[in-house]
Ligand binder design. Sequence first.
Ligand SMILES: Nc1ncnc2c1ncn2[C@@H]1O[C@H](COP(=O)(O)OP(=O)(O)OP(=O)(O)O)[C@@H](O)[C@H]1O
Length: 302
Amino acid sequence: MPGTVVDIQDMTVKIKKKTILDNLNLTIEEGSFHGIIGPNGAGKTTLFTTIQGFRPPSYGDVQLLGQNPYPRNIDLLRVIGIQPQRSSFFPKTTLKEHLSVVADILGTSRKRVDHLIDELDLGHAADTKVEQLSGGERQRLAVATAIVHQPKVLFLDEPTAGLDPESRRNLVSLLQGADLDGMTTLYTTHFLDEAEQLCDVVSILDEGKIIVTQSPRRLIAEAALGSTIILPRALHQADILAEHFGTELVRVTRDGVEVRAQDTAKLFVDLDRLNIDTGSAQVRDGRLEDVYLAQTGKDFVA
Ligand SMILES: Nc1ncnc2c1ncn2[C@@H]1O[C@H](COP(=O)(O)OP(=O)(O)OP(=O)(O)O)[C@@H](O)[C@H]1O
């Protein structure tokens, strides 16, 4: 049976008297890819920094690999990997020099550097200066830097933030295929489609509390969300749709009006009766985004 890597019991974190995390309970299993999902300001980064031992809980208890991470626990810092922010790079070194220096500091072999450059598809940029790397290359270098010493626990805080859609897709497929050596990964993102693809388990964080922890597929299945029909030409009829189907099943998005239904065929019949133009309608199955709405009563706004 997998062990527990993170064990949080009744933990509250206050910053300047404001409660950021509110009586939180969470366990993270060894070897899992665990996503923390929540909107801007939900407290995801605060949760990470508390688990990493950079801030103490105000109340309650947090254990990382069976130890107390605060005050800074050097034994733990050696076995965790934190994706560095842009400012932590050596800008004038090449990508390979940068990774080699980090590997030397952490006592890891140069062979591991070559392996990671290959695995994260960075071979073409190995001799490029860090300051000249593209956004996608920098993010991949950040991941390589975090895992160079084969940590037991990896923290990825929005690894695809700021990337164009193609670079994002690339990094997600690299993370999916990456040999993370049985590491336990804690991950945050503003992209729920990405979380659905990558995570074994997600926790939804809302107003400082974790309201559910479960595998994305099971959450979607258990929520019995049915399908969503997207009606790009019905924006001017949103009120009629909301009145007929109920506001909880209808929402207006950039792409048109979305209506959720268990029985898609019947919904089309009802839409015809209401004279709604279904000509360019699209149908999609339930997604994590819909679970978020069902669980929190709010649209996911990153
Ligand atoms: N040092 C600080 N001083 C004051 N308030 C803070 C501090 N650090 C965090 N906060 C507040 O705590 C709340 C949670 O912030 P946090 O960065 O953990 O959220 P987040 O979910 O990671 O957000 P984002 O998705 O925008 O990165 C926010 O309201 C933020 O303003």
